[in-house]
Design a binder for this molecule. Structure first.
Ligand SMILES: [Zn+2]
Ligand SMILES: [Zn+2]
Length: 318
């Protein structure tokens, strides 16, 4: 089968053996896959991953499960042991022995087929198109923010960074009715949020006062935490979404002096994301800037790194 493989910091499209599903796993024929910033960071060396790239997908189950055979599914990316101290205390996403699709120890979805534990798969409602369903994973990660911090309508909340993930986080936060501002450097994505009635500001005219109760950092850049610490109020919270290869050089004095809480935030609830997509509560169609076939995967990855692109999708199969 055709796949995009990362090796020695480079992506190549080549033939790979079709995966053999293990115990409890299903074989999935990938329909559509999404390129996210994590994929681009992996190409820069993040996590030292080699193998088939990609973790955002929608596909059709092609064997291994009577319940799901022929069904359209999306899949949780953390594959867990179910027995370690994290798994048995309800923190399976932090499983000590986990593998993560296309990120750590497990082949990804930029391929014609992928094998995944059946329990990771969730059926996609009829009303959700492939182009929307492919956003389930990043949208779930956006919903994770409101599970970690209680956002109330009177709160001042800033989303820092209006890239692929920031655009989703801003839309999720807008639903809470909080006093929201999205701050970014890309006029195109700021305009997109403006049109949805979300207040925006350019990175060059940052609010001067440290008066935000919560700042959600989605910049994808090692400087993001420093900027967030300049926006958050004393005793406020910074939620960190950025994972990047480059190490951060941040002055942590404001964190200590202002007694700021910093929260890491990763994967979130798939069910909630899928039902938001089914109810058309989050606009994802507007974020897709290009769709390219899997065979043009290397160009697609280059394209996704350009600032004039938001979401680039890979068309894999039917
Ligand atoms: Zn992703
Ligand atoms: Zn475990």
């Amino acid at each position: 089968m055709r796949a995009i493989v990362v090796e020695a910091g480079k992506a190549v499209v080549r033939d790979e053996p079709r995966p053999e599903p293990g115990d409890g796993e299903v074989l999935i024929k990938v329909r559509l896959a999404g390129i996210c910033s994590t994929d681009l960071e992996i190409l820069r060396g993040y996590g030292g991953f080699t193998g088939i790239l990609g973790h955002e997908f929608v596909g059709t189950v092609a064997g291994g499960s009577a319940r799901l055979d022929g069904k359209r599914v999306v899949g949780e990316i953390n594959c867990v042991c179910g027995r370690c101290d994290m798994c048995t205390s309800g923190l399976a996403n932090h499983c000590r022995r986990r593998t993560v699709v296309g990120i750590s120890g497990r082949p990804g979805v930029f391929a014609e087929y992928v094998a995944l534990p059946e329990r990771n798969c969730m059926e996609v409602p009829e009303s959700v198109s492939d182009e929307a369903a492919v956003f389930t994973e990043p949208l779930a990660a956006a919903y994770q923010v409101v599970h970690q911090v209680k956002i109330e309508p009177r709160m001042n909340v800033a989303v820092l960074g209006t890239g692929r993930l920031g655009l989703l986080v801003a839309q999720v936060l807008a639903q809470t009715g909080c006093r929201l501002i999205a701050i970014g450097r890309n006029p195109k994505t700021l305009g997109l949020l403006d049109r949805k009635g979300i207040r925006t500001a350019g990175l060059d005219d940052l609010p001067k006062k440290q008066d935000h109760d919560v700042v959600v950092e989605c910049t994808g850049s090692p400087e993001g935490l420093g900027t967030a610490l300049g926006l958050v109020r004393p005793r406020g919270t910074v939620v960190m979404k950025t994972t990047c290869q480059a190490a951060a050089q941040v002055d942590l004095t404001p964190l200590v002096v202002n007694e700021v809480t910093v929260l890491g935030s990763r994967c979130g609830p798939f069910g909630e994301a899928l039902s938001a997509l089914a109810r058309k509560q989050i606009d994802v169609a507007g974020l897709v800037t290009r769709q390219l076939p899997l065979a043009e995967g290397v160009s697609a990855l280059e394209l996704a790194a350009r600032p004039d692109q938001i979401k680039v999708l890979l068309k894999v199969g039917e």
